[in-house]
Ligand binder design. Structure first.
Ligand SMILES: [Zn+2]
Length: 896
């Protein structure tokens, strides 16, 4: 049984608890109200300017301050200023330091514990009355969470913060006094420190060479640019740090600094545009609209033009920039500044016209008239927009504390959610108990109150057993719970009769139950039930059965996506593992096709005990193995991942494989030097988004040095080796966009089913119903129907009968499960997952992105089944009953 959260999150929380106590006194602090000017000025003299520290002014053309130097600068200022503290939070994915800089008046820093306590009380309407909240709002000050870079190629903001911190630490002016006395700034110098290392180190390393200055690969090891799309599953340690900071400090305003492309306005500030979800509290959008326009005013006053608004349609789903913040009462102030060339060189107009749109309109009051845009411009705009945000927050502290931090959760506690949903019920008995655990765990991490029924009850006319979980909407996180548990119907809204439908900025749905595979009932009618509060979400407790006799075996059912962690442990320990190819009965229980059958050795018992406890999935035993035909998994199956350089789906696939202990290597160009790829791999997984060009052309050695040689092109010869890999018995699994690549590689008899025209067919990242064939080995353990995730990849039509359809979109009935779908008729009956035999090998194509950002976990087994099934050896019923292995010690198949 897991008694703690994953160690990294636990470590993050522990670090945060420890550091709040440590900030109480700063050296040299002088008692008394407001800033102690004499002391500050004296110390300020010891603080170098960014130019003195880095050797160049922030925004200098072609110069970027390296991230370790930025951290050193922050720590130096913290050492010498009584207005600044530096706090290390923990190690990043790649072992760098994730830290925060806390900036406020010496007096506020000394009472930081009390200020945090006030925020915590405001954020908890269960123990704070509105009257008390008024008093607390008057006593406290708002926290301004400032996040400089989450997207590591957007380097300008990471430079600007050096000037910002220097100013707040050294200047004595009405402005700094106001900000320091009336707010606390929590600066995250980088939400993705690894990327700052990767991008800026590459940039500095290539100075003076003919190589390209821009970094070609993912700037977060696993997620790349998707590091900002991890706000429901919190897979990455950095996302968990942010969540912990949010829960610790309860910022009233969260300023997230971004850069964008370089064709539009020079900076975006709120108000946002597009459609908002009714789950997002109204004052979360309006309070940041006010800040955005305060910044627009400040930019205009400073003579800056090209300030745009009414853009960034981010409030429909939350995978995108906003995440959890607004649902807790933190207003999200997003700034997006136009980028330049190669991170740090001027962008100069190529058509003789000024940069950006030139027509003045309400969303761009004063167009930018210059032909040039520089890093210095980015730094300038970033500073002005930040100072304006800080000023607004300091000027409106009491209102923000009450209206945001207190009123938002209070509204949901007292009024429930706008849709009128009363509660969601999660029955205790589920197909996949591990999925249920993972879903409830995310709710727990995001402070959703979960109750468990202690006796049966009836809700909306349906009986639910004792042990069922109930998530009521009348709770401080009611809106968040509704957002992640409910199914979505994205509305068809157009700005005019002929205008196109306003599509969501990103995904059209955020449904954890459908993504993970959990049955959840949305209940509208209030009901009574005997319940207790769940204080700790843990995987179900499982115990190993008594060891069976010598001819017996252990059995593991195939339904849960958690089973891959058991299988990879068995593989790792080189333990003989069979799968039954048909349903069977053993010791009075029914087992479906695909059930794992493991000879009952003491070593197998040990491995199964540990692995099954980790995921909470039961192992059972039988005294006699079933007499069904099946397969034996190849011991130590070797998996290759063809991920594509800079390709985010490939990064997510690496995360999954690392997380679940899959024995894999990234397929590199050097592998194609071998006589045959079969020497290295049994199965090659091609991540979504890997094209023929990525494989054949790859990166150009003239542009990228040896460090990226793994991603160099392998030419036509390499392409033929990949064909030969399959014909010689290899297994090739192509996901999403890469189905096209596999089709080209092996001339698979299939063609796209969906029209290219968006007007005919669109589904902006949605969950569509799907029918599976659970008797096909690729779909063993799958339900007969459950939604799959489709974004902008294809559905397929087979052009002959040689492929086996493993799953397809329904020919009749509702196609859309959650999100948005236009042109359902085009996808009806189309194939999604298809299995082909090519030569001696196997190919499986997955039209939908079954591993998309690690979200559609209910579909993971379609991949894991195939990874191990292709290289597996067939075993007849008698041999399986006798548990006779077919692989010899050298992993070759013994003749039957
Ligand atoms: Zn960005």
């Amino acid at each position: 049984m897991l008694k703690t959260r994953p160690p990294l999150l636990y470590a993050a929380c522990a670090a945060l608890l420890a550091l709040v106590g440590a900030t109480a006194t700063a050296p040299g602090a002088v008692a008394g109200p407001g800033l102690t000017q004499a002391a500050s000025s004296a110390r300020a003299a010891d603080i170098p300017t960014p130019e003195q520290h880095f050797g160049f002014a922030m925004g200098t053309e072609g110069k970027l301050a390296a991230y370790p130097d930025v951290l050193r600068y922050m720590k130096l200022i913290a050492e010498r200023s009584d207005r600044v503290d530096y706090q290390a939070i923990g190690p990043t994915t790649m072992g760098n330091e994730y830290g925060t800089v806390i900036i406020s008046s010496p007096k506020n820093l000394r009472r930081l514990d009390r200020l945090v306590e006030i925020n915590q009380k405001l954020a908890d309407p269960r123990r704070t009355t509105p009257e008390e909240a008024r008093r607390l709002a008057a006593e406290g000050v708002p926290f301004y969470h400032l996040e400089a870079t989450i997207h590591s190629s957007e380097v300008g903001n990471g430079q600007a913060i050096n000037d910002i911190v220097h100013r707040l630490a050294t200047e004595d002016s009405d402005f700094t006094r106001k900000v320091l006395n009336n707010s606390v700034v929590v600066l995250v110098p980088s939400q993705n420190p690894d990327g700052q290392h990767l991008i800026i180190d590459h940039f500095n390393r290539t100075a003076g060479t003919d190589y390209r200055r821009t970094y070609p690969d993912l700037y977060h090891k696993y997620t790349g640019h998707d590091d900002n799309r991890d706000w429901t599953m919190f897979t990455q340690v950095e996302a968990r740090y942010r969540l912990a900071l949010e829960k610790k400090y309860r910022p009233a305003i969260v300023h997230i600094m971004h850069q964008k492309g370089n064709t539009g306005s020079r900076i975006f500030v709120p108000p946002y545009g597009g459609i908002t979800s009714e789950n997002v509290p109204a004052n979360m959008t309006t309070s940041v609209s006010a800040i955005g326009q305060h910044a627009a005013r400040a930019l205009a006053a400073a003579g800056k033009t090209g300030v745009g608004s009414l853009d960034y349609h981010i409030f429909w789903t939350l995978e995108q920039p906003v995440g959890y913040f607004p649902f807790t009462g933190s207003g999200v102030y997003l700034t997006e500044i136009a980028s330049v060339t190669d991170y740090a060189y001027p962008q100069v107009s190529s058509d003789g016209r000024p940069l950006g749109p030139q027509q003045a309109r309400m969303s761009l009051v004063e167009p930018y008239r210059s032909h040039t845009w520089t890093l210095a411009d980015i730094v300038d705009y970033a500073k002005i927009a930040t100072y304006a945000g800080m000023e607004y927050t300091a000027d409106n502290g009491e209102k923000l504390l009450y209206d945001n931090l207190f009123a938002v959760p209070h509204e949901y506690l007292t009024k429930g959610v706008p849709s009128g949903t009363f509660a969601f019920v999660v029955d205790a008995e589920q197909r996949d108990p591990y999925a249920t655990f993972e879903m409830l765990q995310r709710l727990e991490w995001t402070e959703v109150e979960i109750d468990r029924a202690t006796s049966p009850f009836v809700a909306d006319g349906k009986r639910h057993e004792a042990g069922s979980y109930v998530i009521r909407m009348h709770q401080p996180r009611g809106n968040w719970a509704h957002q992640v548990l409910g199914a979505d119907r994205y509305p068809e809204v157009r700005d005019c009769g002929d205008c196109p439908v306003l599509l969501p900025y990103a995904e059209a749905t955020t449904s954890l139950p459908l993504q993970l595979g959990v049955d959840v009932a949305e209940v509208r009618t209030p009901f009574e039930a005997q319940m207790e509060r769940v204080t700790s979400v843990q995987p179900p407790q499982v115990t190993m059965p008594a060891a069976p006799g010598p001819k017996g075996a252990y059995l593991v059912r195939p339904e849960s996506y958690g089973t891959v962690q058991i299988v990879s442990a068995l593989q790792d320990a080189n333990i003989t593992t069979f799968r039954g190819g048909r349903a069977f009965r053993a010791q009075g229980a029914d087992y479906p096709a695909g059930t794992y059958i493991v000879p009952a050795t003491p070593q197998a018992r040990n491995v199964l005990a540990t692995a099954s406890a980790k995921v909470g999935l039961p192992v059972t035993a039988t005294d006699r193995a079933p007499k069904v035909p099946g397969v034996q998994l190849k011991p130590k199956t070797r998996v290759g991942l063809l991920r594509g350089v800079g390709n985010m789906p490939g990064g997510w696939d690496m995360w999954q494989f690392d997380q679940y202990g899959i024995n894999y290597d990234v397929v590199g160009a050097q592998d194609f030097q071998r006589k045959s790829l079969n020497e290295l791999y049994d199965t090659i997984v091609v991540s979504s988004g890997v094209s023929r060009d990525d494989i054949v052309e790859g990166l150009d050695p003239a542009e990228y040095d040896e460090a990226y040689s793994w991603a160099y092109g392998v030419g036509e010869k390499g392409w033929r080796k990949l064909q030969q890999f399959v014909r010689d018995g290899g297994t090739l699994l192509a996901i999403g966009d890469s189905v096209q690549t596999a089709q080209q590689l092996l001339d698979l008899p299939m063609k796209p089913a969906l029209p290219e025209d968006d007007d005919e067919f669109t589904t902006g990242g949605s969950l569509l119903n799907q029918e599976f064939d659970p008797n096909h080995p690729v779909a063993w353990g799958m339900p007969e129907s459950w939604p799959v995730w489709l974004y902008d990849t294809q559905a397929w039509e087979l052009t002959d009968n040689s492929g086996q359809v493993v799953s397809n979109y329904p020919a009749e009935g509702e196609v859309l499960a959650s999100g948005y779908l236009r042109g359902a008729e085009h996808i009806r009956g189309a194939a999604n997952v298809v299995s082909f035999t090519v030569g001696k090998g196997q190919v499986v194509t997955y039209g939908s992105e079954i591993t998309f950002r690690s979200l559609p976990r209910s579909q993971f087994n379609l991949l894991y089944n195939a990874i191990y099934h292709g290289p597996a050896a067939e075993v007849d019923a008698t041999a399986l009953q006798q548990l006779r292995p077919r692989f010899g010690p050298d992993r070759t198949v013994a003749p039957r």
